[in-house]
Design a protein around this ligand. Structure first.
Ligand code: PLP
Length: 422
C-alpha cells in the first residue's frame, strides 16, 4: 500500500466526519476518482460500490450524459439566486417532475438537501392550517423506525427511541410517534391516537414502503392505503418522504405508485440528480398550494434556501430524468431484485441471521447484532467492496446500472463474511 497523499494527511486533522466517533473510528479512505460502480482509492485499490454513495448514484458515477449537461450549464450559469429570478433548468425540471409524479402533485419547492425538503414539507403541513385560521395543530404523526433527516425539525419526526437522535429528546418538539398500522392492533391504536389528538395534528409523515436509515424496515401497500384513508377522514396533509424510495429504488419510479395513492406532499432528493450534485424538492398538490394562495402576505411560504434550485444541480436532475426515460432503469431494478433474492438466500439460516429481505433494488440481511461495525466495514473493504453496515443491518442499494458480475461480488462478500461469523 502506498503512502496517503499530502492533501489527506494535512487536511484530515481538520475534518469532522459524519456519524463517526472521531476518537475511535477508522479514518476515511482517500478517493481520487469514481466511475460506474467503481470507487478508486489513492493507493490504487478499487472498490465496487454496494450503496451508490448513500443511495444517490442510481446511474452509476460519472455518467457521461449527466456530466455533459452539468458542463454545459457550468459554462453558462453555475448559480443565480431563485428569489425574484427564474431559470430554464429549474422550470423545466419542475414541469417534468409534475408530469412524472402521480395525481396533482404539481408545485415544486426546491432546496438543497433531503433534511431541508422534509423541513419544508412539515412547514407546509403546519402552515396550511394556520392560513385557514386554525392554530394549535403543532403535532405530526410519524412512525417508529422512521428516519427523516438530521436537522432539528426532521429529527423530531424520527424514531425517538431507537433512532440515532434519541439523545436529543428534550430539545425536540414532541410529536405523535406511533407504530405503523400494519395489523388490527396497531391500526386500532393509530385510529385511537388520531381521534384523541384530532385538533392538535398538522399532518402525517412516512417513508413509503421502506423505512431506510431506521433499519431498512419494509411494510406493504395496505399501510399506505390506510394512512391515505385516515388522512382523508381527518383532512390531514399526508407527507411521503421518498428521498430514499424515489427514482426506481423500490421497483417503481415512486413507491407511492405501488399503493395507487397520492400523498399531499412528497419529498425527493438523493437520486434526483443521479447523485451528481445536491438538490431536493418538496412537491405539493394543487390543494396544498391553494392553501397559501391569498392576498395576505403572511400566508406566503416563508422559506428560501440560498442555493435552492441551483442551475447546475437542476441541469444534472434533468439529465438524470432523460436517462430514466431512455434507459431501462425499472427493468434493471427488477433484475437486481431477483438476483439479490437468489444471491442473499444462502445467508438465511446462517448463525446470527435474523432476516433476509429484498424490495426492489434493496437487499437486506438483518442480524441479531453486529459486534464490531468498524471491523466489519474494514473487512468489506479488504474484499474490494464498499458496503457500510449500520446498527444490526448489512444492506445493498447499488446503482441500478450495476452489472451482474459486480452485484455477485457484493452479495458473495456478504455471504462469505456471514459464513466466517460477524
Ligand atoms: N429522508 C430520508 C428517507 C433519508 O433517507 C434521508 C437521508 O438518508 C433524509 C431524509 C435526509 O437527507 P439528507 O441527508 O440529504 O439531509
Amino acid at each position: 500500500m502506498t503512502q496517503a497523499p499530502d492533501w489527506f494527511s494535512s487536511g484530515l486533522p481538520h475534518i469532522w466526519s459524519p456519524y463517526a466517533q472521531m476518537k475511535r473510528a477508522t479514518p476515511p479512505l482517500p478517493v481520487v476518482r469514481t466511475e460506474g460502480t467503481r470507487i478508486f482509492l489513492a493507493d490504487g485499490r478499487v472498490l465496487i460500490d454496494g450503496i451508490a454513495s448513500w443511495w444517490t448514484a442510481c446511474h452509476g458515477y460519472n455518467h457521461p450524459h449527466i456530466r455533459q449537461a452539468v458542463e454545459r450549464q457550468l459554462a453558462q450559469m453555475p448559480h443565480v439566486m431563485f428569489g425574484g429570478l427564474a431559470h430554464e433548468p429549474a422550470l423545466t425540471l419542475a414541469k417534468r417532475l409534475a408530469d412524472l409524479l402521480p395525481g396533482d402533485l404539481t408545485r415544486v419547492f426546491f432546496s438543497e438537501s433531503g433534511s431541508v425538503a422534509v423541513e419544508v414539507a412539515l412547514k407546509m403541513a403546519a402552515q396550511v392550517w394556520l392560513n385557514r385560521g386554525e392554530s394549535g395543530r403543532t403535532k405530526l404523526v410519524a412512525f417508529k423506525g422512521a428516519y427523516h433527516g438530521d436537522t432539528t425539525g426532521a429529527m423530531a419526526v424520527c424514531d425517538p427511541d431507537d433512532g440515532m437522535h434519541a439523545r436529543f429528546a428534550g430539545l425536540l418538539p414532541p410529536h405523535l410517534i406511533l407504530d405503523l398500522p400494519r395489523d388490527e392492533n396497531s391500526l386500532a391504536a393509530f385510529e385511537q391516537a388520531l381521534a384523541a389528538h384530532d385538533s392538535e395534528i398538522a399532518g402525517i409523515i412516512l417513508e413509503p414502503l421502506v423505512q431506510g436509515a431506521g433499519g431498512m424496515l419494509f411494510h406493504d401497500t395496505a399501510v399506505l392505503r390506510r394512512l391515505r384513508a385516515a388522512a382523508d377522514r381527518y383532512r390531514l396533509p399526508l407527507i411521503f418522504d421518498e428521498i430514499f424510495t424515489g427514482f426506481g429504488r423500490t421497483g417503481t419510479l415512486f413507491a407511492c405508485e405501488q399503493a395507487g395513492i397520492v400523498p399531499d406532499i412528497l419529498c425527493l432528493s438523493k437520486a434526483l440528480t443521479g447523485g451528481t450534485l445536491p438538490l431536493a424538492a418538496t412537491v405539493a398538490t394543487r390543494q396544498i398550494f391553494d392553501g397559501f394562495w391569498s392576498d395576505d402576505p403572511s400566508h406566503a411560504l416563508m422559506h428560501g434556501p440560498t442555493f435552492m434550485a441551483n442551475p447546475l444541480a437542476c441541469a444534472a436532475a434533468n439529465a438524470s430524468l432523460d436517462l430514466f426515460a431512455s434507459e431501462p432503469r425499472l427493468a434493471q431494478a427488477a433484475r437486481i431484485a431477483g438476483r439479490l433474492a437468489a444471491e442473499l438466500a444462502p445467508a438465511r439460516g446462517l448463525e446470527g441471521v435474523r432476516d433476509v429481505r429484498v424490495r426492489g433494488a434493496i437487499g437486506v440481511v438483518e442480524l441479531d447484532a453486529i459486534a464490531d461495525l468498524d471491523a466489519l466495514r474494514r473487512r468489506f473493504v479488504a474484499r474490494g467492496t464498499w458496503i457500510r453496515p449500520f446498527g444490526r443491518i448489512i444492506y445493498l442499494a447499488p446503482a441500478l446500472t450495476i452489472s451482474d458480475e459486480d452485484l455477485a461480488t457484493l452479495t458473495s462478500a456478504i455471504v462469505a463474511e456471514l459464513e466466517s461469523g460477524v
